[in-house]
Design a protein around this ligand. Structure first.
Ligand code: ZN
Length: 153
């Protein structure tokens, strides 16, 4: 294993051990959406709640269980998107989706800047079965935003 791979593995283990954004928070915001996603092939489960303040992703909290990749990935998601506006959050989601489809190929500098700690998941792209684990929280986030925006009316 290269030192870069070791570093990436360490990032994932750190996030799995000390997950950020864990624990659903009651939100006093107009637009709140929630999504529950299950990855049956691995047994991962995530319930994620998003609160929007106009165009800002004001809050992202979640609860879940499953493998360290699924839990670390949603922790990284929380770190990246909470506080972003919706346009930037979309770009972050898109960059992560592209990373998962890159079959282990390293992202370019622009993508890496958007992805931050999420770059550590690059190796997951080589294992189709694990991509579902890594994407689970991101799917929940995307769905929760749709729910939150419906809530507006
Ligand atoms: Zn999993």
């Amino acid at each position: 294993m290269s030192s870069l791979e070791q570093m990436y593995q360490q990032v994932i283990m750190d996030h799995a051990r000390e997950a950020h954004g864990r624990g659903l928070v009651d939100l006093d915001l107009v637009q709140v959406g929630e999504s529950h996603q299950v990855n049956t092939t691995c047994g991962d489960e995530i319930r994620l709640r998003v609160g929007l303040d106009h165009d800002t992703v004001a809050s992202v909290t979640w609860e879940g269980q499953g493998c360290s990749i699924s839990q670390a990935s949603v922790s990284v998601l929380h770190e990246l998107v909470e506080g972003q506006d919706l346009t930037d959050a979309e770009a972050t989601m898109e960059a992560f989706r592209a990373l998962m489809q890159a079959k282990g190929e390293a992202p370019d500098d622009d993508q890496e800047e958007i992805l931050g700690d999420a770059t550590a998941f690059v190796g997951v792209g080589k294992y189709p079965a694990r991509i579902k684990c890594a994407m689970l929280g991101w799917m929940a986030f995307k769905d929760a935003i749709i729910q939150a925006r419906k809530d507006q009316s």
